[in-house]
Design a protein around this ligand. Structure first.
Ligand code: FE2
Length: 156
């Protein structure tokens, strides 16, 4: 028996009732989403040129909110407030991306993986937000060779 229903079926059965699946969004909605993305991309790019520190801080706070949101989702799942998610498998794309073990391919595990990612993004962005762009070295620019015990070379 196939435990994985077709993707289309998953989207329809698990989408929140007030949000239409992406494939059914009308052209005006698609245009508005693309427009909003363009405005944000342009504005954020200009802001980054002006102050990378502020942009990293902003993203760090967004990531904090994401961690809170995923924590609430995990709590809701654990307390039975998301009954349809309790037996739902993680999507194949997520299983491949996080290389989820066979016995951990449920929505709760997926939320834990995503929350861990967001927590790391939060840490990275707040760290970059703390740096003086003209004086400090990016602590995340350490290469694999250096992590394996190689010598850390000073930047010129
Ligand atoms: Fe993130």
């Amino acid at each position: 028996m196939d435990r994985n229903p077709p993707r289309r079926s998953l989207q329809r059965t698990n989408a929140p009732p007030n949000i239409p699946p992406t494939s059914s969004a009308n052209p005006l909605m698609r245009f508005m989403v693309l427009g909003a993305q363009w405005v944000f991309f342009t504005g954020f790019s200009v802001a980054y040129l002006i102050s990378p520190q502020i942009c990293h801080r902003f993203v760090g706070y967004l990531e904090e909110e994401a961690v809170i949101t995923y924590s609430k989702a995990i709590r809701d799942l654990d307390t039975g407030r998301l009954p349809r998610w309790e037996s739902l498998r993680a999507p194949d794309m997520a299983v491949r991306y996080w290389e989820m073990p066979v016995d951990r391919r449920c929505m709760r595990s997926l939320l834990l993986y995503v929350r861990a990612d967001e927590a790391k993004h939060c840490e990275v962005n707040h760290t970059l937000g703390n740096l003086d762009q003209n004086l400090d070295t990016n602590p995340f620019s350490v290469g694999v060779e250096q992590l394996r015990g190689g010598e850390v070379k000073a930047e010129p």
